[in-house]
Ligand binder design. Structure first.
Ligand SMILES: Nc1ncnc2c1ncn2[C@@H]1O[C@H](COP(=O)(O)OP(=O)(O)OP(=O)(O)O)[C@@H](O)[C@H]1O
Ligand SMILES: O=P(O)(O)OC[C@H]1O[C@H](OP(=O)(O)OP(=O)(O)O)[C@H](O)[C@@H]1O
Length: 216
């Protein structure tokens, strides 16, 4: 038998929505996958030719782009930030709905006019997307890279504005911030390494199974 296909899944909040989708695609991981006390990172499934690895959301794209995993599940926010040419994203999985937005303190927003910005300082996990977004309209974005808790940056003076994911809006609200611009709507995608798509026979039927699982 050829080597199993390795499917990279993020260990954060997408996982809860991804598991039922995997089940609809006929993929059920071994029990240790759902066991928080397990330190294993690679797991067998009920399909002998499919293994799962559980990695951080941004690392899903890196594993698949380099061919260390053949397929993965990742947010379109991560894809936009990396822009890897080796990745093919054939299926919108319709999970992990949120948006990538610019936010600032409510009192600042009351007096602010985004059309007047020429230079902005932004704390974000998404510096490339942020710079691209602002360049598009001639605004220079100076980004401070953070890996989480962006919402603390304005009040502590790190940067007056942030670019972060918003879903219910609760995190912004509880930190005194308001959304002033939406950069992109986000959902999770099935991604495939382009070389694996051509050379690994199991990949194309598996992509079809995910398409059917989304439609089901
Ligand atoms: N509030 C949200 N609502 C819906 N989807 C979200 C939300 N926040 C993040 N996501 C999606 O889930 C993905 C993973 O986000 P999550 O917050 O679980 O990872 P993280 O904790 O930031 O990552 P890491 O594992 O690097 O710490 C994001 O890339 C995005 O596509
Ligand atoms: O609009 P809301 O529904 O409040 O969701 C937004 C929050 O969700 C994400 O963080 P997450 O909770 O995944 O944790 P993180 O800070 O570890 O990224 C995001 O970074 C926001 O902080």
């Amino acid at each position: 038998m050829s080597d199993p296909i390795i499917l990279a899944v993020p260990k954060g909040r997408i996982l809860g929505e991804a598991l039922p989708l995997l089940a609809r695609a006929g993929i059920v991981p071994e029990a240790a996958f759902a066991d928080d006390s397990s330190r294993a990172l690679r797991f067998r499934t009920n399909q002998p030719d499919i293994d799962l690895i559980r990695v951080r959301a941004f690392d899903v794209a890196t594993f698949v782009a380099h061919g260390a995993a053949q397929m993965g599940i990742v947010g379109s926010d991560v894809l936009a930030e990396f822009d890897y040419s080796e990745l093919y994203a054939p299926v919108d999985l319709g999970i992990g709905h949120c948006r990538l937005s610019v936010a600032e303190p409510a009192d600042m927003a009351a007096k602010d006019d985004p059309r007047g910005w020429s230079h902005v300082r932004i704390a974000t996990k998404y510096p490339h997307v942020t710079r691209r977004h602002f360049e598009g309209r001639g605004v220079q974005a100076e980004c401070v890279k953070l890996n989480g808790a962006m919402e603390l940056a304005p009040v502590l003076g790190l940067a007056p504005r942030i670019v972060d994911l918003v879903s219910s809006g609760r995190t912004l609200q509880e930190n005194g911030l308001v959304e002033v611009e939406v950069i992109a709507q986000v959902t999770s995608r099935l991604i495939v390494n382009r070389a694996a798509f051509k050379t690994r026979g199991q990949v194309v039927p598996l992509v079809d199974r995910f398409r059917q699982a989304v439609a089901a």
